[in-house]
Ligand binder design. Sequence first.
Ligand SMILES: *[C@@H]1O[C@H](CO)[C@@H](O)[C@H](O)[C@H]1NC(C)=O
Ligand SMILES: *[C@@H]1O[C@H](CO)[C@@H](O)[C@H](O)[C@H]1NC(C)=O
Ligand SMILES: *[C@@H]1O[C@H](CO)[C@@H](O)[C@H](O)[C@H]1NC(C)=O
Length: 389
Amino acid sequence: MGGVTHLIVFLSMFSAITLMSEAQYLLAVTKDEPSRQYYTTVYIGSAAMTSPVNLLIDLGTNLTWLNCRKIKSLSTLGLVTCKSSTCKSIPGNGCDRNTCLYRQPRPLGKNTVVTTGRVVQDNATIFTTEGGQPVHIAPSRRFTFSCAVDKYLQGMAPPIAGVLALSPGEFPFWRQMTSAFNVIPKFSLCLPSSRYGYFFMGTPSLGGKKTVPMTSTTLKIDSGKYLISVRSIYVDGVPLTLDPSLLEGGAQLSTVVPFTVLQTDIYNALAQGRLRIEIGMFEFPVSTAPFHYCFEQGASGRNMDVSVMEIGLPGNGKEVKWRFHCKNTVERVLETLICLAFVDGGKKPNESMVIGTHQLQDYLVEFDLSTTQMALCDPLILHNTNCST
Ligand SMILES: *[C@@H]1O[C@H](CO)[C@@H](O)[C@H](O)[C@H]1NC(C)=O
Ligand SMILES: *[C@@H]1O[C@H](CO)[C@@H](O)[C@H](O)[C@H]1NC(C)=O
Ligand SMILES: *[C@@H]1O[C@H](CO)[C@@H](O)[C@H](O)[C@H]1NC(C)=O
């Protein structure tokens, strides 16, 4: 089965999208259900001989790395030399004889052994929708990444063979592609709660979903991370009483953390203080790792009623609110057990808030590096749609 067949299978998946007029580049996002990991497929090699490679989507990685054994044709693969300007601008670079090396941090944590891999270039193929034409294959472009071996993929779901770099740095995938295609340096994610979602580069368009209102806030870029400022956290419109220093560092955005991690005091204020989850007659909290607040659904069959949680962000001259839908606030762990879908990060975590994928899913989140703004849509669920294709 050649590369072209894979590309056509991909295109048919998106045939239902209503097309808009602005140039944009598109990849599918897949949710691996058991692991809750999100990945996309990059087609590596010349268009006639592409190898699809599934890569974990990571906002914190500076250079894509992958198991290069997945690349079937080596005709367009080349090594990057130490003296090249490409090598010099890669953070964490090194040199072995004349081959550029990259230190590959592991986004899934735990294993602290950092490995190095050779930096290489190959062509990558992505898709475009333009001028109302059906999605088609864009001409392939040179793409710089590094090679890792199989055993460094520990902790990743079986279909995944590497990490797609989406950091704010100089060599993430989105920056290489927007620069190669000469489009505005921005990308957007619509993480699905199930099946397939979207990853756009350039201006996003989701057909009918484009009419959903978007709000913007300033992105703060710090040590290769994306952060947003948080002014307050509201439950049913009332701000939580928190030591203001807890919110000073802002909230980091992550596509590898499954549930938002909160510093202990923030977590307790949310869980013990105000947030109501009413689902039945028995509301004694029980604990099921990694959650502390879970509720057994009573026999009454009453509909679930969950407080509205919002975070207040600095907008254009006024505060804007990011409203989490009930589905982003709780998680059904068992048939009758519903948990507050946030995790206690301890008293002194590096970041007092890390917003994870359960809270990001079913929003279109745009990272605009031309203005250093993040734009966020209303919960799509309130508009009777979602991120799934
Ligand atoms: C690889 O990408 C470059 C542009 O970056 C292009 O000029 C070249 O034709 C591509 N090669 C193949 C085999 O597709
Ligand atoms: C990414 O690069 C930045 C510098 O540009 C650095 O501060 C950060 O630690 C790097 N991230 C990782 C995960 O290596
Ligand atoms: C906190 O940051 C330090 C230094 O960057 C790192 O070694 C450590 O693993 C981080 N801890 C957590 C819980 O992420």
